[in-house]
Design a protein around this ligand. Structure first.
Ligand SMILES: Cc1ncc(COP(=O)(O)O)c(C=O)c1O
Length: 460
């Protein structure tokens, strides 16, 4: 009887999916295929189950965000306790208790320093949007009125609102919406595997950082407000840089009075095996953007976090406020979720675990598929990994097969592994599970990726 009810319920959900649901960046025809668009119903640890009871390992942590894993009752209880006290306080008018405790805790944790100011919003795009506005406004407040340009990387993803979209380096998601916010300029990413300057040299020559310098000089340093970069770039597949690269970027910003924004929406909260990407690369940003792992996605929350120096023109004595705000920014229930999430991360030492299990995962991938003809590069840091696929490992010839990434995602999903096969640069399999993923789930993911790559090879 129960099975019958579940079947009826699933059928009625399918009808609504076919007619009313509008997923994001998603070709809605695909949702008509029930096997490829399962309706997700429950989660525990690093596993989730659909309405039919099929089990999946979530090798993507939702969308790079479920850092402490699914089913954490303690976060739900903290949210409930806050709901019972007061569910909403306007950030336009009053501080609230969990938001204040969280600001203090983040300031003590983040590389922007213990006197940082935390400007809460509701997600990553809003965090980036806020950081860009803050940078532009900061310069104006100091009488530096010509600084409106931004420098970001080609292929980088920074969100979808118009300001955040402008700093994106992904042509297909920018092109239908122009003109975008003026002044956004782009440089090549530090993409060592196929770098036009130093791919053959075995080590980064830092010429990609020299490109930033050339662009600043070309544009006129006095016109550039901010450089924004994601410590390890997700789009393109876990593109790592180096301490030397970020030192050069930091020095350039200091030399020319430009603010450095680190977009830590994915890298923050343990993803790389350090608390933040800025720690990982020993660089001190002027502004950091955070979201996703801040609450492990138990509730929507993001923030632009500024050093005291950047905040001073807005928060110092008698200063006019930052002319920006969002109704749900710093929602108390989300802040309560973030506090409980941080408790778990600290108690279970999940940042260190990300470093340890990330190393295990990467080694296991190298052992299992490192010699596969179609595997070009296995890269990343902590539990943020990418496997770049090629036609031939020796020549690095790219794979040009149409819709390869769609086929790969489907095959992995069929075998119960959720991850992302992406071709925003060359085709990559992106692996970014919850930080508490058990070792046996990592083993299963590696075996499954290996099987699917063998299957792929047979087709060619
Ligand atoms: C680096 C980075 N910045 C910003 C965003 C936008 O975040 P949101 O989707 O929460 O608006 C994302 C989302 O994936 C991201 O990866």
């Amino acid at each position: 009887m129960e099975n019958m009810n579940m079947a009826q319920e699933t059928a009625s959900l399918r009808n609504a999916i076919n007619e009313n649901v509008w997923l994001h960046f998603y070709q809605m025809d695909r949702a008509q295929n029930a096997e490829m668009a399962p309706i997700m119903a429950r989660g525990e640890g690093s596993k989730i189950w659909d309405t039919e009871g099929k089990e999946y390992i979530d090798a993507l942590a939702g969308l790079f965000c479920v850092n402490v894993g699914y089913g954490r009752r303690e976060i739900a209880e903290a949210m409930m306790a806050q709901l019972e006290q007061i569910h909403y306080v306007s950030t336009f008018s009053f501080p609230n208790v969990p938001g204040t405790v969280l600001s203090d805790r983040l300031a003590k944790l983040m590389p922007t320093g213990p006197d940082s100011r935390v400007f809460f919003v509701s997600g990553g795009s809003e965090a980036v949007e806020s950081a860009l506005k803050l940078a532009k406004s900061y310069h104006r407040r100091r009488g530096d009125n010509n600084r409106y340009k931004t420098i970001s990387r080609r292929t980088a993803y920074h969100g979808t609102t118009m300001g955040a979209l402008a700093v994106n380096g992904l042509t297909p998601i920018r092109n239908e919406f122009g003109p975008l916010v003026p002044g956004a300029r782009h440089v090549p990413p530090p993409y060592q595997y196929r770098c036009q300057y130093c791919a053959d040299q075995g080590a980064c020559s830092l010429e990609c950082a020299d490109e930033v310098e050339r662009l600043i000089e070309f544009e006129g340093p006095e016109t550039v407000a901010a450089v924004i970069m994601e410590p390890v770039q997700n789009a393109g597949g876990a593109i790592t840089a180096s301490d030397a690269y970020y030192k050069k970027i930091r020095d350039l910003c200091d030399e020319h009075g430009i603010l450095l924004i680190m977009d830590e929406v994915i890298c923050g909260f343990g993803r790389l095996g350090s608390w933040f990407g800025a720690d990982f690369y020993n660089v001190k940003p002027d502004i950091m953007t955070i979201a996703k792992g801040l609450t492990s996605a138990y509730a929507p929350l993001g923030a632009a976090v500024a050093t005291a120096e950047v905040a001073e023109p807005f928060t110092g004595e008698g200063k006019d406020p930052f002319m920006h705000g969002i109704t749900f920014g710093g929602h108390p229930v989300s802040c309560a979720a973030a506090l409980a999430n941080l408790d778990i991360m600290e108690r279970e030492n999940l940042v260190q675990r990300s470093a340890d299990m990330g190393a295990y995962f990467k080694n296991k991938l190298e052992d299992s598929i490192g010699n596969h003809q179609n595997v070009g590069d296995i890269r990343g840091a902590g539990l943020f990994l990418g496997v770049e696929l090629v036609k031939d490992q020796d020549t690095k010839e790219p794979i040009t097969e149409e819709n390869l990434v769609g086929w790969l995602s489907d095959e992995l999903l069929r075998r119960g592994v959720i991850c992302r096969a992406d071709d925003r640069l060359e085709p990559v399999i992106q692996l970014s599970p919850p930080l508490n993923i058990p070792q046996e789930d990592i083993d299963y993911i590696v075996d499954t990726v290996s099987d699917v790559l063998d299957e792929m090879k047979k087709r060619n």
